[in-house]
Design a protein around this ligand. Structure first.
Ligand code: FES
Ligand code: FES
Length: 157
């Protein structure tokens, strides 16, 4: 099968039962995407599939044939952090960091979805991403910060 991952083509030979998460981590060496629960409950494995967030532990790699996958590595291809990554650092939005790649991928998608209108909305649309370290207030603050920057930019400020 052929995948486009982070703007590069990848050809893989896979068991039809293999998940996208395992294909990314074990076959392509992209270990930024984390395996937490491996059953769709924690959000640590969130990636973008054709620009929309999916849980890669619940997505078969074979379903992604010919489609575009973006992982956390793809947000900073030249080493310059994505604005959401910068905001997470600025707001100290992590402790152990295990959930962070999934939080960041979900946050990138949420901003594109236009779901960052209020703290309540951010909390609701980030509710599939759990953080055992309970960094939630700082995660919300980081997302709100980027949403505010985008609004200022759109308003030409
Ligand atoms: Fe996929 Fe937890 S590892 S949701
Ligand atoms: Fe540790 Fe979220 S920062 S689980």
């Amino acid at each position: 099968m052929a995948l486009r991952v982070n703007d590069s083509d990848a050809r893989l030979s896979l068991d039809s039962r293999e998940t996208l998460l395992d294909a990314l981590r074990d076959q392509l060496g992209l270990q930024g995407t984390k395996k937490g629960c491996d059953q769709g409950a924690c959000g640590a494995c969130t990636v973008l599939l054709d620009g929309k967030r999916v849980l890669s532990c619940l997505t078969l790699a074979a379903q992604c044939d010919g489609r575009e996958v973006t992982t956390v590595e793809g947000l900073a291809p030249d080493g310059d952090m994505h604005p959401v990554q910068e905001a997470f650092v600025r707001h100290d939005a992590f402790q152990c960091g295990y959930c962070t790649p999934g939080q960041i991928m979900s946050a990138v998608a949420l901003l594109k979805e236009g779901r960052a209108g209020s703290d309540e909305e951010i909390r609701e649309f980030m509710s599939g991403n759990l953080c055992r370290c309970a960094a939630y207030p700082n995660i919300v603050a980081a997302i709100r910060d980027v949403a505010g920057q985008e609004e200022s930019h759109d308003a030409g400020l």
